[in-house]
Ligand binder design. Structure first.
Ligand code: GTP
Ligand code: MG
Length: 454
């Protein structure tokens, strides 16, 4: 298995101080975990976390988010730790951010800005870059004034990359024009992707979804043996990667790795990543990968289900709906008609047999895997195969040997059981999806005879 790993290139530039609050209805334990996740995010953005604080409040302060006294305390901590960046775990209004910056005289960003920054660092393809830039511009629009103040003071830090850096002089109108033009470009890319999807229509498509860092890319690499970036940083994958895989029984299917989800995923991102997330809507089977080794496993599963629902409902998919039907062997999933298999990954890290059993009891239909060691991969492939098998029929396809394109199509999308030349025709005996038979029947050069049993 080939894999590329991210290695930190230089010493961290930013020394970040993290701030969270606990409101009356939240559990302090949860907020501590949330801050730990914020720390992972900050580190993924290349910052070093030098301190943190969690304040219990009855409500959010409209002017400075946390209370005045707390801000003064933060000011002292920043000084003591030599921090040069403050990151709030919740989204700040433009006014709050401005006010806090005035007092602290230091770069202040919120969770959304941090996530957008990570995305902008990770974006590699044109599509991902456009998606991130649209999200950044939409986020920046109501905050332009603050952004310009920012840039007047310092540049190059977390949260100041992207549109701000290159378009310091643009006004709102220009930003909107830019968004419109990016959206047009995205639309073109989208149409290209549509074409590609049409071409692969008929092949069983399995899409891997899950919380960031759950091991989705590692699982894809394990199953498809391909070099997709896997790393312990958050949001390593921004673009969907699709690999063609042959099941143990010899049936081809497509396996797609997607962007990770996270608690409080910025809305702008969900919107602009819709193209990527089409892979979710159009899947025949979803593999929901969760990191079973962490305390928050259940919570992450719920977050992913909620984002899936958001994506499916807001993108107007007919597959979504409130009354999600749950078939046997399928995880509780909002993606109604897309069957979903829950994959509890990283079980190599769970040595305690009691904990493994508890997982099995809680999720009787889930597959326990370790993408790292390969444990459970065969069981997972069997499940994929059983879903795939439900849709397969045997057929005989007659085609002229000159029809190279059609022959390639047959060989790509079907399991060829035998092939022979009969007169001026090639006769393929295949096991293939019903949908694929329908597609082949549309080809003029082809005659399809379904096997009597199907
Ligand atoms: N011990 C152990 N580590 C794993 C396993 N699967 C993945 N990892 C590690 O977990 C980290 C995240 O793995 P990825 O495959 O990059 O996770 P991902 O879900 O693709 O993450 P994003 O693309 O960032 O959303 C990497 O350091 C992997 O080596 C596993 O089964 N066991
Ligand atoms: Mg990944």
């Amino acid at each position: 298995m080939r894999s590329t790993r991210v290695t930190p290139s230089t010493a961290p530039l930013e020394r970040a101080f993290l701030v969270g609050i606990t409101l009356p209805r939240a559990r302090r334990e949860d907020e501590i975990q949330n801050l730990a996740e914020l720390e992972l995010l900050a580190r993924s953005a290349g910052a070093e976390v030098v301190g943190r604080t969690l304040q219990s409040r009855t409500r959010v302060d409209g002017t400075t988010f946390v209370g005045k006294g707390k801000i003064e305390e933060i000011a002292r901590e920043i000084h003591d730790h030599g921090a040069n960046l403050v990151i709030f775990d919740d989204d700040l209004t433009p006014a709050q951010a401005r006010n806090i910056e005035k007092i602290l005289e230091i770069n202040v960003i919120d969770r959304t800005e941090l996530i957008l920054d990570i995305f902008s660092r990770r974006a590699r393809t044109r599509q991902a870059r456009i998606q991130v830039e649209i999200a950044q511009l939409n986020y920046a629009l109501p905050r332009l004034r603050r952004l310009w103040e920012h840039l007047g003071r310092q540049a190059g830090g977390i949260g100041t990359r992207g549109p701000g850096e290159t378009q310091i002089e643009v006004d709102r109108r220009k930003a909107r024009d830019r968004i419109a033009s990016l959206e047009r470009e995205l639309e073109k890319i989208y149409r290209g992707a549509e074409e590609r999807r049409k071409r692969r229509e008929g092949i069983f498509t399995v899409t891997i979804v899950g919380y960031t860092n759950a091991g989705k890319s590692t699982l894809l690499n394990r199953i498809a043996g391909s070099g997709v970036l896997e790393s312990d940083r958050l949001f390593s994958t921004l673009d969907s990667t699709t690999r063609r895989v042959i099941s143990p029984g010899g049936e081809p299917f497509l396996l797609t790795d997607t962007i990770g989800f996270i608690r409080k995923l910025p809305t702008h991102l969900v919107d602009s990543f819709k193209v990527t997330l089409l892979d979710v809507r159009e899947a025949d089977l979803l593999l929901h990968v969760a990191d079973a080794s962490i305390d928050r496993c259940e919570e992450h599963i719920e977050v992913v289900n909620a984002v899936l629902e958001d994506v499916l409902v807001r993108s107007g998919s007919g597959k979504a709906g409130a009354g999600a039907r749950r078939g046997h062997g399928e995880a509780a999933s909002p993606s109604a008609s897309v069957p979903t298999v829950l994959v509890l990954n990283k079980i190599d890290l769970i040595e305690d047999a009691g904990r493994r059993n508890a997982l099995r009891v809680k999720h009787p239909d889930a597959v326990l895997t370790s993408a790292a060691t390969g444990e459970g991969a065969d069981a997972l492939l069997e499940i994929v195969e059983s879903h795939l098998g439900k849709e397969l029929v045997e057929a005989e396809i007659l085609v002229s040997p000159e029809e190279g394109r059609v022959i390639a199509l047959i060989e790509r999308s079907a399991k060829v059981l035998s092939r022979k030349l009969a007169g001026d025709r090639m006769v393929f005996r295949v096991r293939v999806r019903k949908r694929e038979v329908a597609i082949l029947e549309r080809e003029r050069a082809v005659r399809v005879r379904r096997a009597p049993s199907s």
